[in-house]
Design a protein around this ligand. Structure first.
Ligand code: HEC
Length: 104
């Protein structure tokens, strides 16, 4: 038993040595970070409600939307995807969205 443990330890040590001598270079590329919200009115409310399921890039990659369209979008998140957003927060979030990617 003891010999087996020793043999295993030696085997592992040799393995580590072999890798170290090989000087293998391993490159790991991480995906780019999710786009965060930029500063604007009610930033905190938007951050708390709209970054739970996806990144801020979802907002910035849309074409500019009107107030009615952004309101519909927020309501779609609630109805279709069950986002837990309080009624009072909807107009605050829409104000924020309009400041970021809105059209009159
Ligand atoms: C409960 C999870 C959840 C929350 C919270 C959430 N979304 Fe989404 N959202 C989704 C899902 C799921 C999709 C569709 C994903 C896909 O198609 O890749 C989506 C897609 C979108 C899109 C792309 C267009 C579309 O209609 O599919 C926009 C814009 C968007 N969300 C905005 C928002 C905004 C603004 C908020 C905050 C009010 C929000 N989301 C909060 C789940 C959520």
């Amino acid at each position: 038993m003891r010999a087996a443990v020793l043999a295993a330890a030696l085997f592992c040590a040799l393995g580590v040595l072999a890798v170290a001598q090989g000087q293998q270079k391993i490159t790991v590329t991480f995906p780019p970070p999710l786009v965060q919200f930029k500063n604007g009115p009610n930033l905190g409310v938007a951050q708390a409600n709209c970054l739970v399921c996806h990144g801020a890039d979802y907002i910035y990659t849309q074409p500019p939307l009107t107030r009615a369209q952004w309101t519909a979008e927020v309501n779609k998140m609630r109805a279709a995807y069950k986002a837990q957003i309080a009624d009072d927060d909807v107009p605050k979030i829409v104000d924020y969205l309009l400041s970021q990617n809105g059209k009159p």
